[in-house]
Ligand binder design. Sequence first.
Ligand code: HEC
Length: 246
Amino acid sequence: MKLNSELLETNAGVLLVATMLAISVGGLVEIAPLFLIKNTVEDIPGVRPYTPLESRGRDIYVREGCYTCHSQMIRPFRDEQLRYGHYSLAAESKYDHPFQWGSKRTGPDLARVGGKYSNEWHVQHLIQPTSVVPESVMPNYPWLSATPLDYSDVADRLRALRTVGVPYSASEAEYQANVKQFGPEVAETLRIDKAQENLVAQAQAGNFDGDRAFVSEADALIAYLQVLGTMVDFSKLKPEDLVKYR
Ligand code: HEC
């Protein structure tokens, strides 16, 4: 019996067996190594969980469906890197549950929008995008800066994220582990027992919506937008490090 393509193409049974064999080998090669490594995503200096305020901002981003027009994933192509900056690293969304990579780009990718515009620009752009970008087709979100942010359940939200592996601290030991991993300043923002206090403090200090006395939904959303893509300092990474992190 000659094993050639004619044999496979004229014999449903043989084709089925050969197909299953090919899929099993391919599957094993892809899946088996994942069971042998401790982490599928490497730690990279700078990447930290969101603060309580940023985390609530992210909730609003999801609630308003911003992801239906915006991706958060810069692909490793020259045109994308020229437009948006360094391609996204897996580690940069390791604390995102669920991640916001997306694929729909009615608007630009937002993975590195942090720091690109002032807070004032964002306030104006959210109220009425065409007031700053006349040709924009983005909808108006005028209620965000007028609606008080509900942060009564922020500690519970952090607790929920903790159960899926985001290192918000619920005990002294976890806090100390965070001091070691992220430094004392960041560790302080990851304390579940101080979530509300930290949220209000960041909203007032950051003054994202232009009104320090009023903690609005825009405060949270803009705090989130301004941190996107800013955690990793790419000027400090050498090409040989990047091989590890991609
Ligand atoms: C119907 C599609 C659509 C939706 C929904 C949408 N946007 Fe946009 N967005 C756009 C388009 C188109 C642009 C480009 C024109 C502009 O700057 O307004 C844009 C631009 C932006 C920019 C500026 C990006 C840059 O690099 O210049 C930001 C920030 C932004 N959107 C945030 C948001 C947020 C936050 C939400 C959810 C509250 C949202 N968008 C919802 C379509 C959308």
